[in-house]
Design a protein around this ligand. Structure first.
Ligand SMILES: Nc1ncnc2c1ncn2[C@@H]1O[C@H](COP(=O)(O)OP(=O)(O)OP(=O)(O)O)[C@@H](O)[C@H]1O
Length: 404
C-alpha cells in the first residue's frame, strides 16, 4: 500500500516542514513505514496536482495513504481538485484515499474534532504527541480506526436567466453564511499580522452588528423524511414543528445573524464547539448539523434598527462565548426580558437543526448575505442566485477515510 507525505509550508505558523523533518518522518522510520515521496506544496491547488500524480502511479486495486500536514483548507483543495480531474489509467474507477492528518493549519477543525482535547485539563494542542495522534492510529492499525468523510456538496447557481452552469464545491468541515462567512472573509487580510486563531476574534468584532437578509429552505434527512430540531428540554432531536409528512421542508425567514452548517466535525477550533451534537448524538447517515441565530426570535426585538443591532450584538457575543463552554449555546433560551437563560420555556436562542441539506437565497439588496464560506474559502453568490448544500454519503471503497 503506497504511502506519501505532503505538507503545506505556509499554513498556520509555517512550521509544517520542520515538524515533518523532526517528528513525522523519524517516527515513520522507527516503525518501518516506507514513505515513497515527501513533498511540500508550492502554490495554491498544488496539493491536487501532487495527489493526482501519486494516484496515477497507484494500482487501481490499492489504497493510497497520504500523510497530510496542513489545515482544513489544503484538504478542501485536494478533494475539489480530484473531483474535477480525470485520472489516467484508472478506467473511471474512483480511488480510495486514506488520510493521516498532521494538524499544521490555523484552526484544524477536522483534526481537533477527531482528537478533542480534554476541556477539563490544560491539554496543549500544540504538543508533539497531540499532533501525532492520527499518525499513531495509522501505525497501530493501518486498516482500523478509519473514519469515512461525509461531503457537503454546495451548488452555487447564477440567476436562471443567465443560463450559466452551476458550480459545485465539496466541503469536509463547514459551509456557512452570515457572521461566520464575514469573519473568514475579513480574517484572511489579517493572516500575516496574526497567524493564530486570534485573527478570527478581531474579524468577529468588526462584523458583530451585521444582520443578513435572506431566506433559507431546509431539506429533510433522507432516511427519515423530516427535518430535525434539537429540543434543549428533552436534550433530544424532535421533528421540526414547522414541517410534516405532506410538506417536509422548513422555510426560515431572515434576518439572520448566524448560519453555520458542518459535516464531520463538532468544532471549528479546538475549543469552539459549535455543533456539539455531531459527537453527542452521532448521526447515522450523511447529514448537515446547522446552527442558526435569528434576531427576531428574541422577544424584545421587533424591528431592524441600528440600536436593536447594537443591543443584539452583545447577546450574539454571549452565544459565541457559550459555544466555547463545551457547546452550551445550544441550551440557551430567552426569558421575557430577552435575557439569555438555560432555564424556563422561552423561545430558542439557537436553532440547532439536523437536516439533509439547505438552500440559501440571499436578498439582492444585501451584499454581505451573498458571502458563503466553504471550509474557510470564501465565494460570492451572484445577485439573483442561490446556494444549495447537500450532505453526501461516502461510497464504499471510494472516497476519503481519515485515521481517527
Ligand atoms: N507554497 C504555497 N504558497 C502559498 N500558498 C500556498 C502554498 N501551499 C499551499 N498554499 C495555500 O495555503 C492555504 C492555507 O492552507 P490551509 O487552509 O491548509 O491552512 P490554514 O488556513 O492555516 O488552516 P485552517 O484551514 O485549519 O484554518 C491553502 O488555501 C493553499 O492553497
Amino acid at each position: 500500500m503506497p504511502v506519501i507525505g505532503i505538507y503545506n509550508p505556509v499554513c498556520g505558523d509555517q512550521t509544517a516542514k520542520s515538524f515533518f523533518e523532526e517528528q513525522v518522518f523519524p517516527l515513520c522510520e522507527r516503525y518501518s513505514i516506507s514513505v515513497s515521496s515527501i513533498l511540500g506544496t508550492e502554490r495554491v491547488n498544488h496539493v491536487g496536482e501532487l495527489v493526482q500524480q501519486a494516484l496515477e502511479k497507484t494500482p487501481v486495486t490499492e489504497v493510497l495513504t497520504i500523510i497530510l500536514g496542513s489545515g482544513d483548507g489544503t484538504l478542501h483543495e485536494m478533494i475539489n481538485y480530484l473531483s474535477s480531474t480525470e485520472l489516467r489509467g484508472r478506467a473511471g474507477i474512483p480511488p480510495e484515499i486514506h488520510l493521516v492528518i498532521i494538524p499544521c493549519g490555523t484552526a484544524n477543525a477536522l483534526f481537533s474534532s477527531l482528537f478533542p482535547a480534554d476541556p477539563g485539563e490544560s491539554s496543549d494542542t500544540s504538543s508533539i504527541e497531540y499532533r501525532l495522534q492520527s499518525l499513531r492510529s495509522f501505525i497501530k492499525g493501518p486498516d482500523s480506526h478509519l473514519v469515512p468523510l461525509t461531503l457537503a456538496i454546495t451548488t452555487l447557481s447564477s440567476p436562471p436567466n443567465t443560463r450559466l452552469r452551476p458550480k459545485a464545491i465539496a466541503s469536509t468541515v463547514v459551509v456557512s453564511t452570515s457572521l461566520h462567512a464575514s469573519i473568514l472573509h475579513d480574517s484572511e487580510c489579517l493572516r500575516d499580522e496574526m497567524p493564530g486563531i486570534e485573527r478570527f476574534k478581531v474579524a468577529a468584532e468588526q462584523n458583530s452588528t451585521k444582520w443578513y437578509n435572506s431566506s433559507a429552505k431546509i431539506l429533510p434527512v433522507a432516511s427519515l423524511g423530516i427535518v430535525q430540531l434539537y429540543d434543549p428540554d428533552t436534550k433530544e432531536f424532535i421533528s421540526h414543528p414547522d414541517a410534516d409528512e405532506d410538506d417536509p421542508f422548513v422555510d426560515l425567514y431572515g434576518p439572520f445573524a448566524y448560519f453555520v452548517s458542518t459535516v464531520n466535525v463538532d468544532r471549528l477550533e479546538p475549543a469552539f464547539r459549535i455543533t456539539p451534537l455531531a459527537k453527542d448524538i452521532t448521526p447515522s447517515e450523511a447529514t448537515c448539523d446547522l446552527v442558526v441565530v435569528r434576531p427576531f426570535s428574541d422577544p424584545t426585538v421587533s424591528m431592524d434598527t441600528p440600536e436593536a443591532r447594537e443591543i443584539f450584538s452583545t447577546k450574539l457575543w454571549d452565544i459565541m462565548k457559550a459555544a466555547y463552554e463545551n457547546g452550551n449555546h445550544i441550551n440557551l433560551q430567552y426569558d421575557e426580558e430577552g435575557n439569555l437563560t438555560t432555564e424556563g420555556e422561552g423561545p430558542l436562542v439557537v436553532e440547532y437543526i439536523r437536516c439533509g441539506g439547505w438552500e440559501w437565497i440571499p436578498d439582492d439588496m444585501d451584499d454581505d448575505a451573498h458571502l458563503i464560506c466553504l471550509d474557510g474559502a470564501i465565494s460570492t453568490i451572484e445577485k439573483g442566485g442561490r446556494a444549495v448544500c447537500v450532505a453526501a454519503t461516502p461510497q464504499a471503497k471510494a472516497g476519503f477515510m481519515v485515521h481517527g
